[in-house]
Design a protein around this ligand. Structure first.
Ligand code: OSB
Ligand code: MG
Length: 364
């Protein structure tokens, strides 16, 4: 397919409530949206990057620069025979995975649309609805936390992830566990702990958590390996896994039993697929993470999460968990009876883009 046109939109969509984690607080979902036009079809991809380098080193400004000055010129006007070519074409840029992922996902979408099949079919997906859970913002106000969790549980979410920080100790987790003895509960530290917190991390073993996500440094695999050998709760890596190579190292070092796989963090669908297959062989369980995406990234994630080795409920909640309005014409909704979301059935990512909303939330 000839890549005829590529457009980039810089958006800021307000959240219903701010999202707080150990590195900062977000009031809006900032992202770059990419469209790729080919043979009368349009593919869409999202770069869910923050304005500050809180989570990875990328920011809106760096992603825009890398896309406009390096990645877009590399494929614009070229003939691409398979979306798997994109990863190799982008290999000349080191890192900048979120920038790469947006364009890579848009090309995968346009190829699935050209074959008139859902993206999940092109990827080898095996299910048409995805078990999902919800990620709950950081707060030390226990009453507010319990109210927030109750609200999500009442909506039908069966798996809850609490953001945690060492300064507030175990109290938030203990309070939720006491009220919900059987809930699938987990914690995400976003790298806020060190090995000095070992006793605190060991005491989490009493809380029957399904996993603890990224307790230690964002660029560490060795300390996580040490920690995993001293706690029973499975460690899940998020920030530490940015490539196939990181995945191989974490398997060799036994740094984690679970990986939270985000297509944006690993630089696109080809890398996500390779990591998926590698983990499947190595007995490392996956689940699909989220970056507070708009409907475009949320839809891409639903297709990816249909692959067989995604075994824990995904961080893909319904649109109304975060947004009053979205840039797709239909909202993504929770099936409250079984805590699932349907994989969109139409071709490609399977959702229709609301260009009026893109213009409404576009920054100049
Ligand atoms: O660590 O998984 C994370 C959101 C932004 C940045 C990092 C993370 C998160 C989440 C929310 O936990 C996941 C979602 O609902 O999209
Ligand atoms: Mg995380």
């Amino acid at each position: 397919m000839k890549i005829e046109q590529i457009k980039l939109y810089n958006l800021s969509i307000p959240f219903i409530n701010s999202f707080k984690f150990s590195n900062g607080e977000l009031l809006n979902h900032t992202c770059l949206i990419i469209s790729v036009e080919s043979e009368g079809l349009t593919g869409w991809g999202e770069c869910p990057v923050f304005t500050q380098p809180y989570y990875t080193y990328e920011t809106i400004e760096t992603a825009k620069h890398i896309l406009e000055d390096f990645l877009i010129p590399k494929i614009l006007g070229k003939i691409i025979n398979s979306p798997t070519e994109i990863r190799d074409l982008f290999a000349f840029v080191r890192g900048h995975n979120m920038a790469k992922s947006a364009l890579d996902c848009a090309v995968w979408d346009v190829f699935a649309k050209a074959q008139n099949i859902p993206l999940s079919t092109l990827l080898g997906g095996v299910r048409d609805k995805i078990k999902v859970g919800v990620s709950v913002s950081l707060t030390d106000d226990i009453d507010l936390l319990l109210k927030n969790v109750e609200n999500f549980v009442n909506q039908g979410y069966q798996r809850v992830k609490l953001k945690i920080s060492p300064s507030w100790g175990l109290k938030p987790l203990q309070a939720v566990r006491e009220k919900y003895p059987d809930l699938m509960l987990m914690a995400d530290a976003n790298s806020a702990f060190t090995l000095d917190d070992l006793p605190l991390l060991q005491s989490m073993d009493d809380l029957n958590l399904i996993m603890i996500e990224q307790p230690l440094a964002y660029d560490d695999l060795l300390d996580h390996s040490y920690l995993q050998s001293r706690i029973n709760t499975p460690i899940c890596l998020d920030e530490s896994i940015n490539s196939v190579h990181d995945t191989r190292l974490s398997i060799e070092l036994k740094s984690a039993q679970v990986i939270n796989l985000k297509v944006s963090r690993v630089g696109g669908i080809s890398n996500a697929l390779e990591i998926h297959h590698l983990c499947q062989q190595a007995g490392i369980k996956l689940w699909c993470g989220g970056m507070l995406e708009s409907g475009i990234g949320r839809a891409t994630n639903l297709h990816l999460a249909s692959l067989p080795n995604f075994v824990f409920p995904a961080d893909i909640s319904a649109t109304n968990r975060y947004f009053r309005e979205d840039i797709i014409t239909s909202l993504i909704e929770l099936n409250s009876e079984d805590s699932t979301i349907d994989v969109p059935k139409n071709s490609g990512i399977g959702v229709e883009i609301d260009e009026k909303m893109i213009l409404k939330y576009q920054l100049c």
